[in-house]
Ligand binder design. Sequence first.
Ligand code: PLP
Ligand code: COI
Length: 339
Amino acid sequence: MEQIDWKNLGFGYMKTDYNIRCTFSNGKWGELEVHESEYMSLHMAATCLHYGQESFEGLKAFRGKDGKIRIFRMKDNALRMQDSSEGTLMAKVPVEVFEEAVLKAIKLNERFVPPYESGAALYVRPVLFGSGPQIGVKPASEYMFIVFVTPVGPYFKGGFQTTPFVIMREYDRSAPLGMGKYKVGGNYAASLVAGERAHELGYSNIFYLDAKEKKYIDECGAANFFGIKNNTYITPKSASILPSITNKSLMVLAVDLGMKVEQRTVAVEELATFEEAGACGTAAVISPIERIDDYDEKKSYIFSHDGTPGPVCNKLYNKLRGIQYGDESDVHGWVTVVE
Ligand code: PLP
Ligand code: COI
């Protein structure tokens, strides 16, 4: 078996042994199938290719000090994929099918779950797409659901270190009443140009503003935003951002830590009042923000002067990771132990 350098994993694709597939045709889901190939045969008129009828999810499995594998909030991901099906008129994957496929994919690829000490995790990527042919703009009558896994390290370089982000008003990722609240591929295609531009300028990512008024922070292309001030966790409320499961968890943990939580619009100028800020998500975990540059207004909002995360980001990060790795008790019932 090849040696994996667990400690230096980035957020990339690595081939693992098996993936799990399930197809929907004639109005019903079939049995789960185990595949070794990373490839599939797909109709050239499949709706996913032409009309973007697809959605995906991202969740993680962690190996604890006790050697056990824990999956974080799997059911929430299953339910969010069902929401995405509502937004794209795809067949819904039943929660039991989603959970069984995820468990199977993890168990069959157990050798790829990184060791506890590495701080890495097994990323689980369920994907659902219209596989049946259509040439008119109509939903497919056949769907394919696939779950594959790949071991990953941090999404933003440096992991739990502060990095800079940017606001640029010339890009939007989703329309005010559009698809931003669903986890569909088109949102990510829409974020590629802005994301590459931000990287070229030395930023981790771009924070999009609300597309209608360009006044309020929405999120970045792969994570939600939060700010901290006066012992309060503040995160944007918007119809065009993805309801992040990590963010939802951090709001609960903030209350556990004796903080107040506010989910409301966050105007750009309010950034000046935050003591700390972070990007959060499954891949991003908490990625503490060094500063946000307002590219158009030529202003900088600074949250860390020495590159280190602030005390609240630290506490929230340790709590979240503690639960995920099994170091802290799972008081909220978020974890599924793989038996
Ligand atoms: N926002 C976007 C656009 C994302 O792609 C993700 C990643 O899933 C998130 C936020 C964070 O969501 P979660 O915490 O559920 O991973
Ligand atoms: C995640 O955090 O799971 C994501 O899907 C973000 C990104 C890799 C698209």
